[in-house]
Ligand binder design. Structure first.
Ligand code: PA5
Length: 344
């Protein structure tokens, strides 16, 4: 299906991201109040575009929830998972084999599962086994359905009394993304369009995206994935302060090598003050050696809008990068090929 989608399809998906969040805010999750009980942990199991919402949830819950969120991207599941684990089994297609395998193990362990999917085997099995299924709209590609794959999980935790303030943050996310899209959409030319400017710096380079622990780390991870899948380019991500303890030493490599790297640093007002100092020192170390260093700042007053503002700029930049390379951002032939081969 994605083969038939034109180059503009991904722009269309991106433009409608605020409406996706709005649609999630209108969904009724009051049934989740009945799922109350004692949980020791939350596990999100999924892969690729369906797992990144779990990473957002993990990061969001880190400073807000009393129990930990763990993201599982595998056939197998962690030993701690059991009857006191709340599971979100997330698969856009509902047919990802690793997710189906993890689902089976979690069911056997007595975990309390909620499926988030457009349907597929996951939807079928979850219904058959009596688990709640959050059915999200089909017709997108997983990485373009990012609000549908995250927001329901946070709203469900809110209904269960495990999180608060979620609606307010999601409402602000809608606002912030609406303002941003008017600056990032294809009708806006460079230099006014920040995403186009960034794509210009990433072209013919290897993007290296750096975020910071607890603030922008997931945005950095998402940028990497979006550059990979939309622009069909290698890209790497890491986070401060960890990268100051290993990756930075690699920048001593000869300039023929590091000169191919285009570094993007994602900055957020909540970055730890010592991390801010680290970022400034790190920039002074790599400036002039790498192809470019670009800083991107978040906007918004709370965690989710600020995180999604960074994600949104990266999403648009990755699509402009695809256009720089003259390719269609939407199809991911290699992923489809791998899935087909594995199914044989
Ligand atoms: O972006 C993609 O297409 C992939 O990363 C998929 O999300 C991944 O392969 C998992 O598939 P699904 O999201 O359908 O479970």
């Amino acid at each position: 299906m994605t083969e038939e989608m034109g180059k503009e399809a991904m722009f269309d998906f991106l433009y409608k991201l605020p409406e996706q969040f709005e649609a999630c805010l209108q969904m009724d999750f009051s049934w989740a109040q009945r799922l109350g009980g004692e949980y020791r942990n939350i596990l999100v199991t999924g892969l690729g575009g369906s797992a990144i919402g779990g990473d957002v949830l993990r990061s969001y819950c880190l400073t807000r929830a009393a129990i930990p969120v763990v993201v599982n991207r595998d056939y197998r599941v962690p030993a701690f998972a059991g009857p006191d684990t709340l599971v979100f089994a997330v698969s856009y297609s509902g047919n990802t084999e690793e997710t189906l395998s993890a689902y089976g193990e979690l069911k056997d362990k007595g975990a309390r599962i909620i499926a988030v999917t457009t349907g597929g085997r996951l939807g079928e099995m979850a219904r058959q086994h009596g688990y709640p299924v959050v059915e999200i709209p089909a017709g997108l590609v997983p990485r373009a359905a990012t609000a549908y794959l995250f927001a329901p999980t946070a709203l469900i935790l809110k209904e269960m009394g495990l999180l608060s303030g979620v609606r307010t943050e999601l409402e602000e996310t809608v606002q912030v993304l609406r303002e941003l899209r008017d600056q990032l959409k294809p009708g806006v030319a460079a230099p006014q369009n920040q995403a186009r400017m960034i794509a210009g710096k990433l072209v013919n380079a290897i993007p290296v995206i750096w975020g910071s622990s607890c603030t922008s780390e997931i945005a950095a991870q998402r940028w990497k994935g979006q550059v990979n899948e939309n622009a069909k380019s290698p890209a790497y991500f890491n986070q401060f302060p960890e990268l100051n303890h290993n990756e930075i030493v690699g920048f001593e490599a000869p300039e023929e090598l590091v000169g191919r790297l285009a570094v993007v640093i994602l900055r957020d007002e909540a970055d730890h003050e010592r991390v801010q100092k680290r970022i400034d020192i790190t920039k002074s170390i790599i400036d002039g050696r790498v192809k470019s260093v670009t800083e991107v700042h978040s906007t918004g007053s709370s965690f989710l809008p600020r995180l999604y503002s960074l994600i949104y700029i990266g999403d648009y930049a990755s699509v402009y990068l695809a256009l720089e390379y003259g390719i269609n951002p939407t199809p991911v032939k290699i992923i489809d090929y791998l899935k087909a081969q594995m199914a044989q």
